[in-house]
Design a protein around this ligand. Structure first.
Ligand code: GDP
Length: 356
């Protein structure tokens, strides 16, 4: 499954956020290094379209698309050299598809900051440096191996050359995602700074309700996406019924919870989209990549659907809502029969036809 790793300095609110994400109570203690083992939490991608479909089809179940998050221990200065918790958790980040970096913006003097002062920009710099150093170490190790393999013709020259270019960029202090390098040849190395990043600013209510301050923080990380939330409020929201939760959100100037935003932006950052299926048994969102064609999308439901793909009946969600039912959509000519070359669109409501 696709996963997003949560990273950040100690005491920035990672555990608090993760608790809210999973509705589990994992350890959230007020001291550095409280979280040591990686934990995985699965969050549903909020999708109001599913509720509409569930009503229309009188579905027994509603199954949204899951987004997985991995909580890992905090990064401290020197993490890349094996200080603090060291390389153990960097290995866990390597396997993630994207990284959500939690940055502390809340002031609370009762919560110790690992470097003594709350400074989001400096914190991001610290983490960036650690990730660049970790990547440098990985690439240098790989290069030693690639040099040998190149002599024995066991590796493509492009692999070696890409690794050299990556090393040079990292030595200049550049994150790999900020370079124009094609890193596909060295994908196996799982380089951290090559992954897509989302920045999660854990802030006070005063910042949540201050558009100018938020814009300034977002500008620091652009073109990466920024999510603003108050992890403490998020952990309270999960215990409230929907009406009370909406009221609490509104009182802090938010329309959508931070977790919902995070799931949505995370999904987008991973380059994913969903198509929908609906019927009396279930209304369900299926996760696919952007640009996928119909047979590949069918394969997400079952590999037989892909192998035996004949065609798909596709109605856009909006067309289905506008016409009111599949029969009406057909009558109005908005139910399309699509073939193998059809490129799936987000929110397509689909029924696949296939040979067994
Ligand atoms: P981690 O080390 O990054 O996992 O940080 P934790 O989630 O354990 O949080 C460290 C401390 O900060 C805990 O005492 C939390 O209750 C507190 N904390 C987390 N988020 C917030 C927040 O948004 N506002 C305030 N005031 N405290 C927070």
């Amino acid at each position: 499954a696709l996963t997003i790793a949560i990273v950040g300095l100690p005491n920035v609110g990672k555990s608090t956020l993760f608790n809210a994400l999973t509705k589990n109570q994992v350890l959230a203690a007020n001291y550095p290094f409280a979280t040591i083992e990686p934990n995985v939490g699965v969050v549903n991608l909020p999708d109001p379209r599913l509720d509409v479909l569930a009503t229309m089809f009188a579905s027994e179940k509603v199954l949204p698309a899951p987004v997985s998050f991995v909580d890992i221990a905090g990064i401290v200065k020197g993490a890349a050299e094996g200080e603090g918790l060291g390389n153990k958790f960097l290995a866990n980040i390597r396997e993630a598809d994207a990284i959500a970096e939690v940055v502390r913006g809340f002031a609370d003097p009762d919560v110790v900051h690992v470097d003594g002062v709350v400074d989001p920009e400096a914190d991001m710099g610290t983490i960036n440096t650690e990730l660049i150093l970790a990547d440098l170490e990985t690439v240098e190790k790989a290069l030693t191996r690639y040099e040998k393999e190149l002599r024995l013709k066991k590796v493509e020259p492009t692999v070696y050359e890409t690794a050299v270019a990556a090393r040079d960029a990292l030595q200049r202090g550049e994150a790999l995602s900020a370079t124009s390098l094609d890193l596909a040849p060295i994908k196996e190395l799982g380089l951290l700074t090559a992954k897509p990043f989302i920045y999660v600013f854990n802030v006070d209510e005063s910042v949540l309700t201050d558009p100018a301050r938020k814009a300034a923080l977002a500008a620091l990380v652009a073109p990466a996406e920024a999510v603003f939330l108050d992890a403490k409020i998020e952990s309270e929201l999960i215990d409230l019924d929907p009406a009370d939760a909406a009221e609490l959100l509104a009182s802090t100037g938010q329309e959508e919870s931070g977790l919902d935003q995070l799931a949505r932006i995370g999904f987008d950052t991973l380059g994913l989209q969903t198509y929908l299926t609906a019927g009396p048994k279930e209304s369900r969102a299926w996760t696919i990549g952007k640009g996928w064609k119909a047979p590949q999308a069918a394969g997400v439901i079952h590999s037989d659907f892909e192998k035996g793909f004949i065609k798909a009946e596709v109605i856009s969600f909006q067309d289905l809502v506008d016409t009111g039912s599949i029969a009406e959509a057909r009558a109005h000519g908005v139910a399309r029969i699509e073939g193998k070359e059809y490129v799936m669109q987000d929110g397509d409501v689909v029924e696949f036809r296939f040979n067994n």
